[in-house]
Design a protein around this ligand. Structure first.
Ligand code: FAD
Length: 437
């Protein structure tokens, strides 16, 4: 008797999980299918001009993404997996690829924000016969492990959330993905578009940028090696994290985390190693503490859905908001009355980066001092930031605008902040008097 074995074909739709290590979509696709292909779609909608007159994604994050895709394609090739990269709509490309390669199952990261869901729904509707497997792979604390039977039970107060999870949950181990046989590679090859293909001019980061890094999972690991093991800066992280100048005042891991070229779990387990081999102190813990903030904003977004994009936020608190073009131009070009705000906004405009201290101040100035529509500020950050992450960005903006998780209606005293964090004015001079640097 002869048995006919059907070859199973899986497609990994990469979205914000652009890595080959600790990636559950890839891991499960490889375990469950003889043939596995990857696809990434550079969605034209991400490069359109927004209702506010600037691009949804500016050149900084675009460049970082293209670098990330190049490393992903290379690392997948080393595992004998082809990554097809296209500029086009997922709802057009994925059904075509699924038909061409007789895909039975699509694997991807679980995304729940509206734009991502809309695209996925459209793709799913076009290919109803294909199975889908999605994974919550962007968290430190996996949603299946948290002690809330529904999202409504997620605490509104960060400290409560952190204490509950720290006590009850163990971070899951990372998974290792084995190579497929060479026959898994397909003939079809795609070239990753260039920055120019996507409508941007080539550019060079200024030498003084606080983010002199490149995209890609190897680069993320390199940064961890440097920040943790070579310079041991992790051992003083809490003391330096409010800094403004240079690459080492904080980990700078956010951009790789945002597009998933590294997982929060990988960082967590590396911190555990560091604590065993070098030192365990308040500073090493604090990096985990900040990763829990990152998780927290993801849980808040799961709980509140589209309220995170609404003017009254999750507090549903009404204020009077303005939409003034002159104010917007002054704020974004760094020509307000506040040097500290200006220096931070110029840094963002020139590099796609701003420190956490800077972000809090400029957001407070825009939303609380000037009472300008906080969503415009958030959309501008979305456009410019190299590390834009929907949950962290809108969560932090709501928080700073007084419509988020912090019911205290606080406003930063910008001059005092500048004295505290830039007492010698070095940071401000750096961006306001460029000829000095
Ligand atoms: P570290 O200080 O080294 O922290 C380690 C990691 O913890 C970060 O990489 C990040 O993943 C997480 N983290 C730290 N602070 C926060 C925070 N306040 N909220 C959530 N996660 C945090 N972060 C983004 O990743 N993307 C955004 O789009 C974003 N927008 C922001 C908008 C505003 C108005 C504000 C005030 C903050 C925003 N943040 C955002 C949070 C924070 O500023 C950055 O995560 C941080 O500055 C990144 O630098 P780092 O990687 O060196 O951080």
């Amino acid at each position: 008797m002869t048995y006919m074995f059907k070859i199973m074909n899986g497609l990994v739709w990469f979205r914000n999980d652009l890595r080959t290590i600790d990636n559950h979509s890839l891991y499960n696709a490889c375990r469950e299918n003889e043939k596995v292909i990857g696809i990434y779609c550079l969605d034209p909608r991400h490069f359109e001009t927004t209702q506010y007159g600037f691009k949804k994604t500016e050149k900084f994050r675009t460049q970082f993404l293209l670098e990330t895709l190049a490393e992903l394609q290379q690392n997948l090739a080393e595992k004998n997996i082809s990554l097809l990269v296209y500029y086009g709509y997922p709802e057009q490309l994925i059904p075509e690829i699924a038909a061409k390669y007789q895909i039975e199952t699509i694997y991807s990261q679980n995304e729940w924000t509206q734009e991502e869901v809309d695209v996925e729904t459209e793709v799913r509707n076009l290919i109803p016969a294909v199975n889908w497997k999605t994974y919550y792979d962007q968290f430190l604390f996996h949603p299946d492990d948290v002690p809330y039977e529904d999202w409504e039970k997620i605490p509104e107060v960060f400290t409560e959330f952190r204490k509950q999870l720290e006590k009850k949950i163990r971070v899951r181990p990372t998974v290792v993905i084995s190579a497929k046989p060479i026959a898994n590679l397909i003939e079809e090859k795609t070239n990753i578009p260039t920055l120019e293909d996507l409508g941007f001019d080539e550019f060079k980061q200024p030498n003084k940028t606080a983010f002199p890094f490149k995209g890609g999972e190897n680069q993320a690991k390199k940064r961890i090696k440097e920040y943790f093991w070579d310079t041991k800066k992790l051992a003083v992280y809490k003391k330096t994290r409010n800094g403004l100048v240079g690459k080492d005042y904080s980990s700078k891991l956010s951009a790789w985390l945002a597009n998933g070229s590294i997982s929060a779990r990988m960082i967590y387990w590396e911190v555990q190693q560091f604590e065993k081999k070098v030192v365990k102190n308040e500073d090493t813990y604090w990096l985990i503490f900040e990763l829990i903030w990152r998780d927290y904003f993801k849980y808040i977004s799961l709980k509140h859905g589209n309220k995170i994009f609404q003017l009254n936020g999750i507090l549903q608190k009404e204020y009077h908001w303005n939409q003034n073009t002159k104010a917007f131009n002054q704020w974004t070009n760094g020509t307000t009355q506040e040097h500290f705000v200006n220096a931070n906004m110029i840094e963002l405009q020139r590099t796609g980066w701003m420190s956490n201290r800077g972000r809090q101040n400029v957001a407070s100035y825009w939303a609380k001092e000037w009472e300008q529509d906080w969503r415009i500020g958030a959309a501008y950050f979305e456009s410019m930031l190299i590390d834009y992450d929907v949950h962290s960005n809108y969560g932090n903006w709501m928080y700073n605008a007084g419509v988020g998780n912090d019911p205290r209606d606080r406003k930063f005293n910008i001059k005092r902040q500048a004295e505290m964090y830039d007492g010698d004015g070095k940071f401000q001079k750096m961006w306001l008097i460029p000829e000095l640097f």
